[in-house]
Design a binder for this molecule. Structure first.
Ligand code: FES
Length: 290
Protein backbone atom coordinates (compact mmCIF):
# COMPACT_ATOMS: atom_id res chain seq x y z
CA UNK A 1 0.00 0.00 0.00
CA UNK A 2 1.45 3.35 -0.92
CA UNK A 3 1.00 6.69 0.77
CA UNK A 4 2.46 8.73 3.57
CA UNK A 5 2.85 6.49 6.59
CA UNK A 6 3.19 7.02 10.33
CA UNK A 7 4.68 4.89 13.05
CA UNK A 8 1.37 3.18 13.86
CA UNK A 9 0.56 2.31 10.28
CA UNK A 10 -1.93 5.06 9.56
CA UNK A 11 -1.74 7.01 6.32
CA UNK A 12 -1.21 10.71 6.98
CA UNK A 13 -3.21 13.40 5.23
CA UNK A 14 -1.56 16.16 3.22
CA UNK A 15 -1.51 19.44 5.17
CA UNK A 16 -4.66 21.54 4.92
CA UNK A 17 -7.83 20.94 2.95
CA UNK A 18 -8.04 20.45 -0.78
CA UNK A 19 -10.85 20.77 -3.28
CA UNK A 20 -11.83 17.55 -5.09
CA UNK A 21 -14.33 17.04 -7.89
CA UNK A 22 -17.36 14.78 -7.71
CA UNK A 23 -16.91 12.31 -10.57
CA UNK A 24 -19.87 10.03 -9.92
CA UNK A 25 -23.00 9.95 -7.83
CA UNK A 26 -25.78 7.40 -7.78
CA UNK A 27 -28.43 5.82 -5.59
CA UNK A 28 -27.54 2.61 -3.79
CA UNK A 29 -30.57 1.09 -2.10
CA UNK A 30 -31.86 3.73 0.25
CA UNK A 31 -28.47 5.46 0.42
CA UNK A 32 -26.36 7.35 -2.10
CA UNK A 33 -22.75 6.87 -3.15
CA UNK A 34 -20.66 9.80 -4.34
CA UNK A 35 -17.15 9.46 -5.70
CA UNK A 36 -14.36 12.05 -5.61
CA UNK A 37 -11.27 12.25 -7.80
CA UNK A 38 -8.17 12.65 -5.62
CA UNK A 39 -5.24 13.20 -7.94
CA UNK A 40 -2.64 13.83 -5.27
CA UNK A 41 -3.82 12.38 -1.98
CA UNK A 42 -2.40 9.17 -0.52
CA UNK A 43 -4.20 5.82 -0.57
CA UNK A 44 -6.21 5.61 2.67
CA UNK A 45 -6.19 2.61 4.99
CA UNK A 46 -9.50 0.92 5.80
CA UNK A 47 -11.16 2.59 8.79
CA UNK A 48 -9.73 6.04 8.11
CA UNK A 49 -12.04 8.98 7.51
CA UNK A 50 -12.20 12.32 5.72
CA UNK A 51 -13.69 15.64 6.81
CA UNK A 52 -16.02 16.68 3.98
CA UNK A 53 -17.82 19.90 3.13
CA UNK A 54 -19.59 20.75 -0.11
CA UNK A 55 -17.73 23.49 -1.97
CA UNK A 56 -20.95 25.33 -2.79
CA UNK A 57 -24.14 25.92 -0.81
CA UNK A 58 -22.78 24.43 2.40
CA UNK A 59 -25.09 26.59 4.51
CA UNK A 60 -28.16 27.14 2.45
CA UNK A 61 -30.87 26.33 4.98
CA UNK A 62 -30.06 28.70 7.81
CA UNK A 63 -27.27 30.79 6.28
CA UNK A 64 -24.83 29.70 8.99
CA UNK A 65 -21.82 27.69 7.84
CA UNK A 66 -22.01 24.00 8.64
CA UNK A 67 -19.04 22.25 10.15
CA UNK A 68 -17.41 19.67 7.88
CA UNK A 69 -18.74 16.13 8.36
CA UNK A 70 -16.56 13.12 9.14
CA UNK A 71 -17.08 10.22 6.72
CA UNK A 72 -15.34 6.85 6.62
CA UNK A 73 -14.08 6.07 3.16
CA UNK A 74 -16.01 3.16 1.63
CA UNK A 75 -13.56 2.37 -1.16
CA UNK A 76 -10.44 3.77 -2.78
CA UNK A 77 -9.26 2.62 -6.17
CA UNK A 78 -6.15 3.87 -7.95
CA UNK A 79 -6.14 4.47 -11.70
CA UNK A 80 -4.20 6.60 -14.18
CA UNK A 81 -5.84 9.79 -12.89
CA UNK A 82 -5.09 9.19 -9.23
CA UNK A 83 -7.56 7.84 -6.70
CA UNK A 84 -11.31 7.46 -6.82
CA UNK A 85 -12.68 7.77 -3.30
CA UNK A 86 -16.20 6.43 -2.64
CA UNK A 87 -18.41 7.58 0.21
CA UNK A 88 -21.77 6.20 1.32
CA UNK A 89 -24.24 8.77 2.62
CA UNK A 90 -27.71 8.67 4.17
CA UNK A 91 -29.75 11.86 4.27
CA UNK A 92 -30.40 12.28 7.99
CA UNK A 93 -29.82 16.01 8.53
CA UNK A 94 -28.76 19.27 6.87
CA UNK A 95 -25.12 18.33 6.26
CA UNK A 96 -25.80 14.84 5.03
CA UNK A 97 -28.70 16.09 2.91
CA UNK A 98 -26.32 18.47 1.10
CA UNK A 99 -23.75 15.71 0.57
CA UNK A 100 -26.49 13.32 -0.60
CA UNK A 101 -27.50 15.99 -3.11
CA UNK A 102 -24.06 16.46 -4.65
CA UNK A 103 -23.95 16.38 -8.43
CA UNK A 104 -21.22 15.36 -10.81
CA UNK A 105 -18.68 18.13 -11.38
CA UNK A 106 -19.26 19.86 -8.03
CA UNK A 107 -16.30 20.67 -5.77
CA UNK A 108 -15.98 19.20 -2.27
CA UNK A 109 -13.56 20.42 0.39
CA UNK A 110 -11.66 17.46 1.78
CA UNK A 111 -9.21 16.90 4.61
CA UNK A 112 -7.89 13.37 4.96
CA UNK A 113 -7.28 10.53 5.25
CA UNK A 114 -7.40 10.91 9.03
CA UNK A 115 -7.36 8.65 12.07
CA UNK A 116 -6.28 5.19 13.06
CA UNK A 117 -7.12 2.35 10.63
CA UNK A 118 -8.11 -1.28 11.21
CA UNK A 119 -5.36 -3.75 12.08
CA UNK A 120 -4.63 -7.06 10.37
CA UNK A 121 -6.06 -10.12 12.21
CA UNK A 122 -2.58 -11.38 13.08
CA UNK A 123 -1.78 -8.08 14.77
CA UNK A 124 -4.79 -8.50 17.09
CA UNK A 125 -4.11 -12.10 18.14
CA UNK A 126 -1.33 -14.49 17.09
CA UNK A 127 -3.76 -17.22 16.00
CA UNK A 128 -6.15 -14.97 14.10
CA UNK A 129 -5.96 -15.59 10.37
CA UNK A 130 -9.34 -14.45 9.06
CA UNK A 131 -11.79 -11.65 9.58
CA UNK A 132 -15.49 -11.56 10.46
CA UNK A 133 -16.86 -8.23 9.26
CA UNK A 134 -20.03 -7.01 10.99
CA UNK A 135 -21.77 -3.92 9.61
CA UNK A 136 -24.99 -2.16 10.49
CA UNK A 137 -26.75 0.52 8.44
CA UNK A 138 -24.49 3.22 7.05
CA UNK A 139 -21.69 1.54 9.03
CA UNK A 140 -21.21 -1.01 6.26
CA UNK A 141 -19.06 1.59 4.43
CA UNK A 142 -15.61 1.07 6.00
CA UNK A 143 -16.04 -2.70 5.88
CA UNK A 144 -16.13 -2.61 2.08
CA UNK A 145 -12.63 -1.15 1.79
CA UNK A 146 -11.49 -3.36 4.67
CA UNK A 147 -12.63 -6.44 2.77
CA UNK A 148 -10.77 -5.27 -0.32
CA UNK A 149 -7.56 -4.48 1.53
CA UNK A 150 -7.60 -7.75 3.52
CA UNK A 151 -8.24 -9.72 0.31
CA UNK A 152 -5.22 -8.03 -1.29
CA UNK A 153 -3.17 -9.46 1.58
CA UNK A 154 -4.68 -12.93 1.18
CA UNK A 155 -6.86 -12.68 4.30
CA UNK A 156 -10.23 -14.45 4.05
CA UNK A 157 -13.31 -12.67 5.38
CA UNK A 158 -16.89 -13.51 6.23
CA UNK A 159 -19.31 -10.61 5.89
CA UNK A 160 -22.38 -10.05 8.03
CA UNK A 161 -24.50 -6.97 7.29
CA UNK A 162 -27.71 -5.77 8.92
CA UNK A 163 -30.22 -3.07 8.06
CA UNK A 164 -33.32 -1.71 9.75
CA UNK A 165 -35.45 -1.77 6.57
CA UNK A 166 -35.12 -1.30 2.81
CA UNK A 167 -35.11 2.49 3.10
CA UNK A 168 -32.21 2.39 5.53
CA UNK A 169 -30.02 0.04 3.54
CA UNK A 170 -27.58 0.34 0.70
CA UNK A 171 -24.16 -0.38 -0.69
CA UNK A 172 -24.82 -4.05 -1.28
CA UNK A 173 -24.92 -4.07 -5.08
CA UNK A 174 -22.07 -1.57 -5.37
CA UNK A 175 -19.63 -2.06 -2.52
CA UNK A 176 -20.20 -5.75 -1.85
CA UNK A 177 -21.15 -6.98 -5.33
CA UNK A 178 -18.03 -9.14 -5.40
CA UNK A 179 -18.73 -11.33 -2.44
CA UNK A 180 -20.98 -13.52 -0.40
CA UNK A 181 -22.83 -11.53 2.25
CA UNK A 182 -25.01 -12.87 5.04
CA UNK A 183 -27.84 -10.42 5.60
CA UNK A 184 -30.12 -9.55 8.47
CA UNK A 185 -32.94 -7.02 8.52
CA UNK A 186 -35.09 -5.94 11.38
CA UNK A 187 -38.25 -5.87 9.25
CA UNK A 188 -37.40 -9.14 7.48
CA UNK A 189 -37.22 -7.62 3.97
CA UNK A 190 -33.89 -9.37 3.33
CA UNK A 191 -32.09 -12.27 4.94
CA UNK A 192 -32.50 -13.24 8.56
CA UNK A 193 -35.28 -11.35 10.33
CA UNK A 194 -33.57 -9.86 13.33
CA UNK A 195 -30.22 -8.33 14.19
CA UNK A 196 -26.88 -8.82 12.51
CA UNK A 197 -25.54 -9.79 15.92
CA UNK A 198 -27.76 -12.89 15.73
CA UNK A 199 -25.61 -13.97 12.77
CA UNK A 200 -22.43 -13.14 14.64
CA UNK A 201 -23.53 -15.27 17.60
CA UNK A 202 -23.72 -18.31 15.33
CA UNK A 203 -20.18 -17.75 13.99
CA UNK A 204 -18.76 -17.15 17.46
CA UNK A 205 -20.11 -20.55 18.50
CA UNK A 206 -18.30 -22.24 15.61
CA UNK A 207 -15.08 -24.23 15.94
CA UNK A 208 -13.11 -21.71 13.87
CA UNK A 209 -14.06 -18.62 15.88
CA UNK A 210 -10.72 -18.80 17.68
CA UNK A 211 -8.85 -18.21 14.44
CA UNK A 212 -10.78 -15.06 13.60
CA UNK A 213 -10.82 -11.39 14.47
CA UNK A 214 -14.04 -9.40 14.37
CA UNK A 215 -14.30 -5.95 12.77
CA UNK A 216 -17.47 -3.93 13.26
CA UNK A 217 -19.02 -0.61 12.34
CA UNK A 218 -22.57 0.48 12.93
CA UNK A 219 -24.88 2.09 15.48
CA UNK A 220 -23.65 2.30 19.07
CA UNK A 221 -26.01 -0.39 20.41
CA UNK A 222 -24.79 -2.83 17.76
CA UNK A 223 -21.14 -2.03 18.49
CA UNK A 224 -21.66 -2.52 22.20
CA UNK A 225 -23.32 -5.89 21.57
CA UNK A 226 -20.43 -6.95 19.33
CA UNK A 227 -17.89 -5.78 21.90
CA UNK A 228 -19.58 -7.73 24.70
CA UNK A 229 -20.06 -10.89 22.64
CA UNK A 230 -16.44 -10.92 21.51
CA UNK A 231 -15.17 -10.35 25.05
CA UNK A 232 -17.25 -13.29 26.30
CA UNK A 233 -15.99 -15.49 23.45
CA UNK A 234 -12.37 -14.45 23.79
CA UNK A 235 -12.28 -13.27 20.17
CA UNK A 236 -10.38 -10.01 19.45
CA UNK A 237 -12.40 -7.22 17.91
CA UNK A 238 -11.97 -3.75 16.56
CA UNK A 239 -14.78 -1.23 16.27
CA UNK A 240 -14.95 1.75 13.92
CA UNK A 241 -16.82 4.29 16.01
CA UNK A 242 -18.63 7.49 15.22
CA UNK A 243 -19.12 10.49 17.45
CA UNK A 244 -19.71 14.16 16.81
CA UNK A 245 -16.52 15.52 15.24
CA UNK A 246 -16.23 19.27 15.03
CA UNK A 247 -12.57 19.68 14.13
CA UNK A 248 -11.28 16.21 13.18
CA UNK A 249 -7.72 16.85 14.38
CA UNK A 250 -7.78 16.69 18.19
CA UNK A 251 -8.53 20.29 19.18
CA UNK A 252 -12.16 20.40 20.33
CA UNK A 253 -12.62 17.22 22.45
CA UNK A 254 -16.08 16.81 20.94
CA UNK A 255 -15.31 13.21 20.10
CA UNK A 256 -14.07 11.97 23.51
CA UNK A 257 -15.09 8.46 24.61
CA UNK A 258 -14.34 6.85 28.01
CA UNK A 259 -11.47 4.38 28.24
CA UNK A 260 -11.79 1.09 30.14
CA UNK A 261 -8.79 2.00 32.30
CA UNK A 262 -10.07 5.51 33.05
CA UNK A 263 -9.69 8.77 31.20
CA UNK A 264 -10.76 9.48 27.65
CA UNK A 265 -9.58 9.10 24.09
CA UNK A 266 -10.33 11.43 21.19
CA UNK A 267 -11.79 9.34 18.41
CA UNK A 268 -10.50 11.62 15.66
CA UNK A 269 -6.84 11.08 16.54
CA UNK A 270 -6.79 7.94 18.74
CA UNK A 271 -9.57 6.26 16.70
CA UNK A 272 -11.99 6.04 15.00
CA UNK A 273 -10.96 2.38 15.09
CA UNK A 274 -10.57 1.16 18.67
CA UNK A 275 -9.92 -2.22 20.23
CA UNK A 276 -12.97 -3.67 21.97
CA UNK A 277 -11.06 -3.89 25.25
CA UNK A 278 -9.80 -0.32 25.12
CA UNK A 279 -13.08 1.45 25.77
CA UNK A 280 -15.51 1.37 28.65
CA UNK A 281 -18.52 1.32 26.34
CA UNK A 282 -19.42 1.83 22.70
CA UNK A 283 -22.65 3.55 23.69
CA UNK A 284 -21.56 7.04 22.67
CA UNK A 285 -24.15 9.78 22.87
CA UNK A 286 -24.85 11.76 19.73
CA UNK A 287 -23.09 9.36 17.33
CA UNK A 288 -23.90 9.61 13.65
CA UNK A 289 -23.86 12.14 10.82
CA UNK A 290 -26.28 15.05 10.78
FE1 FES B 1 -12.23 17.73 17.68
FE2 FES B 1 -11.91 15.07 17.87
S1 FES B 1 -13.24 16.14 16.56
S2 FES B 1 -11.01 16.60 19.09
Amino acid sequence: MSGNGSGDGRTLAPFGRRSLEVVDVHASGGYRIFSLRDAEGPLPRAGQFYMLAAGNRWAERDERPFLPRAFSVADAVADDDGLRLDFLVDDVGPGTARLAGLERGEPVWVNGPLGRPFSAPGDLAPGAAGGILVGGGIGVAPLAILRRQLAERGVATRILLGFRDALHSGGLDDLFACCEVRLASEDGHAGHKGYVTDLLAVLLEGDDAGSSAVYACGPPAMLEAVRTMCAESGVPCELAMESPMACGFGACFGCAVPLAEGGYMRLCVDGPVVGGGEIETALVAGAGHR
